[in-house]
Structure formats: C-alpha cells, structure tokens
Design a protein around this ligand. Structure first.
Ligand code: ZN
Ligand code: ZN
Length: 360
C-alpha cells in the first residue's frame, strides 16, 4: 500500500478559533519503535470539545491552555497498522487493529507505571495536549505502549470504548458494584452514560438512569435500565430515595459534563455508598454535600481518569463478546464542527463516530 506524504487533518490553529481542515498536513514518519497506523474511525469525546475551545479543566479547576498547536484532537480512534519503524518487535504486524487512546506514551519506571496505574504516569504524554490524535488520516504510535486490539472487533463501534467505555468501566469498578446493588447513572443517555449503564448491568446491578426528555428515557430503558428519571420534570434525589425504599443507592456515577449534575449527587447515596465522578465540567464546580453526611453515612467519593491499558482491554473484551453494546452513529469526517455544536447542546444520544479513512 502506498503511503502518501500529506493527509487531511482537522486542525485547531488557535484554541477557541474553531476547526480548520488542512488537506496538506504531513503524514508522520514512524520513528524508532513506532508504527504508522491508518485511522479508520474515531469517536468524538466531550474532552475534545472542551480542549479545542480552550475551556477544559485541569486538576486545579483552571482551564488547560498549555496545548500543542495546531491542535489535532481525537482519542477514541481505531486504526490499522500500515508500516513499521525500525526496532519494532516481531509480533507486531502490519494489518493489525490498534487503538488511539488518550495516553500516548509512558515512562514505565515511575511508581504509577509500576503499579499498573500508568494513566497517572508523571512523565506521560497524551493525544489531547501533547500529540496529534485521531482526527487525521495517519498517526505514528509508540509500539512499546501500543493498544493492540483483537482481530475480531468491529472497528466502527470500538473507538468509544477506548475513552468513554474504559472510563465508565473503571468508574463502576471503583464503586465496587456487585450483583443486586442499585446504581444511579446521571447523564445515562450520553456517550459515557449509556456505557456506564451497561457496564453496571454487566456486574448485575439494578440501574436507575437519569437524563432529560422522553427520547433519552426510551433509549435508557432499551439498554436494560430498570428505572428512568427525567431531571427536567422530577426531583431526582427524592425519586431515588423513593425507588430505594428510603435508603439510597449503593453507587452514583455522574457522567454528565456539567456542574449542576454533581451538586446533589452524594445526597442519593446509601450508607457506605460511593459517588463516582466521571464527567469533567468545564467550570470550577463543587459538591454541596454536608461534611456531616459524608462522615455519618460513611460515604466514599472517587474520581477517575480513564484507566490503564489492561483495563481498557477488559472493557473492549466485554464489547467484543456482545455484553456491552456501544450505540454509535457514523458521520463523515467533515462533520466534526457540526458534531461539536451538537455535543455542546447535549443533543447526542450515545456516541458519534467519524469515518476518517475514505477508502476503508
Ligand atoms: Zn475522552
Ligand atoms: Zn511512568
């Protein structure tokens, strides 16, 4: 296969300045121990939206602005290896499916890498702030930290699993969800939420989905959620307490990306319950749960940044085996600016996946 010198990339020359499609963007050359992959499909994540707009929150609640420019987003990509740089191990072959995830490179030596929590690696780089992501036709990837995907995956639906799926799989895991537990998923109809519902169901949980409108309700029930609460018409906390016979839920997983969804989330928890924070609102937000409640009810509050590569492959495997089914709508690559607008309005049910490669 001939590899071109230039390609189409969705660039953001200036944060907040919008997407510019560059048809003469250079195709990277795979360096030492790197592979070159052709990008087939890529999901569009809320973090892409917030990063290109210059409003993504860092750990201090302030916007992350130290970002490589031009910015090329995309960290839910599925590609196919088309060439190998020097020094790549023999078991990595041209033709294999690879994932383009948030994490791009890690040090393999720091305490987090050694503990299998390499998403917190102190020297890591990622496909959001440091390196070009999957909103381009070709990408060079570190063969030493490669997300090699099984051959029998569906490249159309697996992209969203690499960020949204992994994150929610991990959120459910962090909340120690077991069979018979009640789990509330806030934002249950969205890209993250619809996967959180299914990963919780896969653990045997009784799931209460929270979102807005009757269309989202139908969708959330179709995923297998036992109850749906429409926050536009119903007092969510009161309803959860009622549905759980006055005791509250074992876990609340908040996947919505706005502050309001978090404020009262811990008020729905049962004694010993866990609030699992997943979405990252662009503004500085605060929980309004009284400290006394956290102490007296023995609550746990946990956060969650994607997950490790191993956990990613576990999340992928549940999809590969048909236990969890991402709901995706495929759109052409050129639709990215329109998709950002729809994400902004919260109009999207499930996940939108862009078809990046024209001929595959
Ligand atoms: Zn993401
Ligand atoms: Zn490290």
């Amino acid at each position: 296969m001939a590899i071109p010198q230039t390609q189409t990339a969705a660039t953001v020359p200036k944060l907040g300045g919008g997407v510019v499609f560059d048809n003469n963007y250079p195709v990277p050359k795979p360096g030492q121990n790197e592979v070159l992959a052709k990008v087939l499909y890529s999901g569009v994540c809320q973090s892409d939206l917030h990063t290109q707009a210059g409003i993504a929150s860092g750990h201090d609640g302030k916007p992350i602005v130290n970002i490589k420019l031009p910015h090329v987003g995309g960290h839910e990509g599925v590609g196919r290896i088309v060439s190998l740089g020097p020094g790549v191990d023999e078991d990595i072959k041209v033709g294999r499916f690879v994932g383009i995830r948030f994490a791009s490179r890690i040090c393999r030596r720091c305490e987090f890498c050694l503990a299998g929590t390499e998403q917190y690696c102190t020297k890591s780089t990622n496909h959001l702030h440091h390196e070009d992501g999957s909103f381009q036709e070709y990408i060079a990837l570190d063969a030493g930290y490669l997300t090699l995907l099984p051959d029998d995956i569906d490249p159309v639906t697996i992209g969203p699993v690499l960020c949204a799926g992994l994150t929610t799989y991990k959120a459910v895991k962090n909340a120690n969800v077991r069979a018979g537990h009640t789990v509330v998923v806030v934002g249950a109809g969205g890209g993250l939420g619809h996967l959180a519902v299914q990963y919780a169901l896969a653990q045997g949980a009784i799931v209460i989905g929270v979102d807005g409108g009757s269309e989202k309700g139908d969708f959330i029930r179709s995923l297998g959620a036992t109850h749906y609460i429409d926050f536009t018409t119903t007092d969510v906390v009161g309803k959860v307490v009622e549905l759980t016979n006055g005791v509250g839920a074992n876990a609340v997983v908040v996947t919505a990306g706005n502050v309001k969804a978090f404020v009262l989330a811990a008020d729905m928890l049962k004694v010993g319950g866990t609030l699992s924070c997943v979405g990252i609102p662009p503004e500085k937000g605060f929980l309004e749960t009284p400290i006394s409640r956290i102490v007296i009810k023995g609550l746990h509050i946990t956060g969650n940044l994607v997950g490790s590569l191993k956990e990613c492959l576990e999340a992928v495997d549940l999809v590969r085996r048909g236990v969890v089914k991402p709901k995706v709508v495929v759109r052409p690559f050129e639709d990215l600016p329109a998709v950002y607008e729809e994400l902004e309005r919260g109009d999207i049910t499930g996940r939108i996946v862009l078809k990046i490669a024209k001929d595959e």
